[in-house]
Write a protein that binds this ligand. Sequence first.
Ligand code: ADP
Ligand code: MG
Length: 321
Amino acid sequence: MKEFDLIGRYFSNSGHKRKDVVIGIGDDCAVTTVPENQQLAVTTDTLVSGVHFLNNAPAKSVAYKAVAVNLSDLAAMGAEPAWISLSLSLPEVDETWLDDFAAGLYELTQYYSVELIGGDTVKGPMALTITAQGFIPPGSELTRSNAKPGDWVYVTGTLGDAGAGLDILKNALNVSGEAKDVLINRHYFPTPRVAVGTAIRRIATSCIDISDGLLSDLKHILKASECGAKIHVDRLPLSRALTSAVSPEQAIEYALSAGDDYELIFTVGEEQRGSLETSLASTNVKATCIGQLTGQAGVLSLMHNNEKFTPQNPSGYEHSF
Ligand code: ADP
Ligand code: MG
């Protein structure tokens, strides 16, 4: 167990330091201060090797993705990230692997001014659990349950890239050149939409991040808000990389059903659409309106050039490797 004790210390010397951390790594607990007039948002995600990331995934990506998916949950709630803790299970101590892992972790913590405040390190099958905590002003949390019929449905960024990237890595899709690198990168290094989450928290009526695929995750909003939706698949934002790599039909399938994009889906009432544009301008992230909510609870209808559209995989993404 001695060398695993060392790993705890391995993570304690670098990274971003925050004023609201009274005691960070090194004692029995971390002690932090929540600013006055803020609520604490807390989320946890576990990534298991071979289930949530490929067994041969680069160490940098493993750490980056584990942090990103947690920050993405905070973003989907409208929270500003503050602290993370890391529970790491490793089969062995591999210093090269750990160096790359730490680099991936600190790249995101530096960028978002988040501090790693503690964790645990054990010997076991490769898996990691991150808990992330952030702040939300009282009453401004973005839930799944407050959307109303008539609200417009938006998504950030582009959809389907991470799913295509995974298929390339699994040799299920053959792509070459720059598009291949872009798509694989989107799988290995997802961007949590933190700035968008905080920018829309007094504007959007609901929000969720896309971990399982657009259709699957939109359904969570529809269920919680007791609404239906009409989505125009010809309006889905697709990257040049994806459209150059696959047929238009395949691109739509990836965008609807592939997981791991970590873009946000959010809804906005008609009267707030102007404010939305102003707020998003400062984030430099594009959001695309892809449809509208309806009063037909639970009914998700897809349209393609104003005709009914049936996807090949309507259930959304399920873990398949
Ligand atoms: P304890 O016996 O109290 O659980 P540990 O030896 O597990 O202490 O950890 C020592 C310190 O290092 C603690 O402050 C703990 O939070 C931190 N730590 C251990 N593992 C990690 C890790 N993977 N990432 C960040 N901090 C860690
Ligand atoms: Mg411990």
